[in-house]
Write a protein that binds this ligand. Structure first.
Ligand code: GCU
Length: 602
């Protein structure tokens, strides 16, 4: 259902908006023609060019990139004379006129292409927030809903040798039945927010694969390779040259080959030793290489084991907000700056909230040995009773897992954040937890739960979703949203389930540079004070296996409007959006450097 008054594509309970897309694993490792750069744009505030009056996508308007002419039906647009936007990037922080724009916006660019005989061509979109429709030379090739996961669409039949034009309509309208839904505590940045490119593939190619170290071993690697179009019995070779390991397996009826390798002396991936191996996959005329780390992650009682050993997650939460310039993270520089700060904190874990981040983030985490919590945007109130919303959430979960399945850094999939405990909600999320376990039995599944109320002086973590989760995430804001900072000193936590607990959010706000007493809200001293009391409490919290305080850096949020303090930013960052470290940064840095929380665990 659309926002009141907004025209948009009506979907039925069963039908998803996403159509005719696939997701090519490791697209960033494929030979490609980048379409990043400057694209013309036209805004379409009433959606009259994108949607017909009855809510269907129109192919007869801007998609055709027509040129104004003197006869026939008047053409009332001209991309070649229209302004430009950079891709990748959100549109809101590129143009003051688009800062608060939510709705349909059309992108168009021309490009030259040299068609190669026998090759198939896909257009790859790293992410488009929120809905997107793609046309190649006027032919519609696909639609996609979901603002934080990639999609690939075949253009082999619509792309030409020589001059081409591509048009992508992106509609950032928030939808009640969407994932996320109408309200978020982050900025709804619209646009082609991640890389766009053309990927060339042979007729039969690897579109999906997974390789992992079997739990309980340090030498058994298992997995699968799926080859599109491969007749049964096709050979698939997987090799890891550095350890002289090669295996050949054969595809079944469904194009999938089951892989198994035994490797002695494998160096396992982990914080402090982020060993990545170059893996080469060859099948028929296709070849794919990737850098993969091998590690196991599992729970044992209330402990998280990494490569069989207990690990404590010294973490920090992050939004995909670009440092200094703000807007969506989409460059290597953004990622280097953010992870530079993670390292300064002596953190070994990041919670990428509340949606899958740019693939550069998980690649960097792989290289640096930083553990990752990756999450789908089932944030607070979504339509848990709406079958369409469930299908959309399932699609986004599948896409998140498929994109980062081979990232050793990702140890947990989170299916939700702060969702009110109800039958409809738990049945909805239970299905996502089962889906995550079946699509990826090698990782842990979690969710960030609301802080339990204070009952008889105790906070009892007893959420109906807990039973399904491997790791229980709890958000708590003692000293900010609830009570005074010192209340943490006497807080009593009771965990109903014998499972690892991660305090996935805690903290408070401060305006960088605002100094004063620790009892004055918004001063750096007051935030640091909250952290000191929190760390004292957490050091004694039962079953605590990790923390990811809220949050590394201040980020834009439309609901944070205290003048002179927030001005459109959530100020719970330990670092301001302009890179100024607040006092609390050093409180947490010291706690992590001294091992205050992890009681000697690595
Ligand atoms: C919530 C929520 C975050 C939000 C934070 C806050 O717990 O999960 O998305 O930004 O609290 O209020 O700052």
């Amino acid at each position: 259902m659309c926002l009141l008054g907004a025209v948009c594509f009506e979907t039925s309970a069963q039908e998803l908006f996403t159509h005719n897309t696939t997701l090519l694993v490791d697209s960033d490792r494929r030979p490609q023609v980048s379409l990043d750069g400057e694209w013309h744009f036209i805004i379409d505030p009433y959606g009259s060019a994108l949607y017909s009056w009855d809510g269907h996508v129109r192919d007869d308007s801007y998609a055709q990139n027509a040129k104004p002419r003197n006869d026939g039906f008047p053409v009332e647009y001209d991309f070649s004379k229209s302004p430009l936007l950079k891709v990748p990037g959100d549109w809101n922080t590129q143009k003051a006129s688009l800062f608060r724009y939510e709705g349909p916006l059309w992108y168009q660019r021309d490009f030259q292409y040299g068609k190669k005989p026998g090759m198939r061509v896909f257009i790859h979109v790293g992410a488009a927030n929120y809905r997107a429709v793609v046309w190649m030379n006027g032919h519609r090739v696909c639609r996609h809903e979901g603002g934080f996961t990639p999609f690939d669409c075949e253009v082999t039949d619509s792309i030409k040798d020589g001059a081409n034009f591509v048009v992508i309509a992106v509609d950032s309208t928030r939808l009640a039945d969407g994932v996320p839904s109408l309200q978020t505590d982050w900025y709804n940045y619209g646009g082609l927010t991640r890389d766009v490119s053309l990927i060339e593939l042979p007729q039969m190619f690897v579109d999906n694969y997974g390789l992992h170290l079997d739990r309980g071993t340090d030498s058994e690697i298992s997995g699968f390779v799926h080859v599109v179009g491969a007749p049964a019995g096709s050979a698939v070779q997987v090799s890891i040259p550095e350890v002289n390991a090669t295996t050949t397996a054969y595809t079944g009826q469904n194009g999938t080959a089951v892989i198994h390798l035994r490797i002695q002396g494998l160096e396992l991936w982990g914080p402090g030793h982020p060993k990545l191996y170059r893996v080469r996959i060859a099948a028929l005329n296709d070849e794919l290489t990737d850098e993969v780390g091998f590690r196991t992650v599992e729970v044992k009682g209330a402990q998280i084991l990494l490569n069989g050993k207990p690990v404590f997650l010294r973490g920090i939460s992050m939004h995909a907000e670009a440092p200094y310039r703000t807007g969506r993270v989409c460059t290597d520089k953004d990622v280097q700056t953010l992870f530079g700060w993670v390292r300064d904190l002596h953190a070994n874990f990041v919670r990428l909230a509340h949606y899958p981040h740019d693939p550069r983030m998980t690649r960097m985490a792989d290289r640096l040995g930083v553990l990752v919590w990756s999450e789908t945007p089932d944030w607070q109130h979504i339509e848990f009773s709406n079958p369409h919303t469930l299908k959309q959430a399932q699609q986004e979960l599948t896409e998140m897992i498929r994109r980062d399945r081979n990232r050793a850094s990702v140890i947990m999939w989170s299916v939700a954040n702060e969702t009110p405990d109800s039958l409809a909600r738990t049945s909805f999320l239970d299905q996502l937890v089962q889906q995550a376990h079946s699509e990826d039995p090698t990782r842990l599944v979690t969710a960030a739960l609301f802080m339990p109320p204070l009952i008889g002086g105790k906070r009892i973590v007893d959420d109906s979703l807990g039973a399904a989760l491997d790791v229980i995430g709890v958000n708590e804001y003692i000293g900010w949203y609830q009570g005074r900072p010192q209340d943490a000193d006497t807080a009593k936590w009771v965990m109903k389930l014998q499972k690892p607990i991660v305090v996935s959010e805690f903290g408070g706000g401060a305006k960088a540079g605002y100094r004063g007493s620790s009892s004055t809200r918004w001063t750096e001293e007051s935030q640091a004070n909250i952290y000191r009391h929190q760390l004292g409490m957490l050091a004694h919290m039962p079953q605590l296996q990790g923390v990811s305080p809220w949050i590394l850096m201040d980020f834009r949020s439309p609901s944070r409007n205290l003048p002179g303090v927030q001005d459109g930013f959530n100020r719970k960052g330990l670092i301001s959006d302009q890179g100024k470290k607040k006092l609390a940064f050093y409180v947490l840095q010291h706690a992590y450097a001294s091992g205050m929380l992890d009681h000697g665990k690595p």
